[in-house]
Write a protein of this length. Sequence first.
Length: 286
Amino acid sequence: METLQPDVVPVNDSLERQFRSTCDILSRLDRSTANDVEVDLSDAEWFTPAFLTPTSVVCQRDDRLDGESLRLPEDKERYLSQINFPMGSNDPTESHENDLPLCRLNTQSGPASVERVESKIVELLQLALADSIEGGISAIRYPVNELIDNVDQHSRCANGALLVQNYPHKPFVEICVADAGIGILGSYEESGESVDTDEEALRMALNGVSTKSDGVDRGYGIRTTTEMVCDGLEGEILFASGDTAVHKRGDESSEAFQLPTEWPGTVFVARPKRPDKSFNYIDYVG
C-alpha cells in the first residue's frame, strides 16, 4: 500500500488552505499508480466544509478511497463519523445542533432527494439562527438553494456533495458545495460564450454573465450570492473550477490563485456572518 501525505494539511480555518489541501490530495492521487493507497491526514488540526466537501467528491470518484483509506486524527474521528464523512448520504435522516450530515448531490439523486437536503438545511439554520433578526434564515438559505440548484441544473455530475456547518463560537456559518461536473468554463462553452481560461470563466460568473443556453441563469445566482455573502453579510467566498480559484472577503477585491492540479468541476464555499439589524436580504434579490 502506498501512503500519500499531502504537503498542505488543514491546520486552521483558512478557506484557501483548507481547499488547497484537497487539491494536494487530488494531485498525489492522480500521480499515483498504486492499486492500494491511503491518505495520511493525521497531522490535520482543523476541518471545515471547504476541505471536507471537495474531499468527499475525491473519494466518491476514486475507487481506491473510502473511510478506511484515510488516516485521520483520533480526536476528529467522532465528528467525521457523525457527519458521514467521507461518502455522505443521499438521504440525510437527521441533523445535529451545529451541522448537517454530509449530503451527496448528483443528477441521479432525483428532485425528491434534493428537496430532502434543502429541508434539512432549513432545520439546521432555524437552530443556528434562532436568535437572529427576522429574515436571517432567508438570508442564509438563499445562497444554499442557489448552490444546490447549480449542481442540480448545470453540472450533470455523477459526484457531488454539500456540507453546512454552524460555529456557535464564531460569527459565521460555512456552506460548501462541490461537484465533479463540467465546470464553469464548460458551462460557458456549451452556451456559446467565447471564454479562454478558467479564471476568465470564474470572473464572468462572479460578474453575472449568463449561461442561458438551457434557460437558467447560473451566472446571476453566483453573482447575487457573492454580493449577499461578501457585501451584505461581511463574509467571504471561495469559488474554484479547473486550474483556478478566486477568493473574496468582504468588500475587498477578489484574488485569483492557481491550483496545484485541475479541479474536475466546481467548488463554491460561502462563509456568511450572521445578519445584523441593518441587513435586508431583499436588497440583493429584488
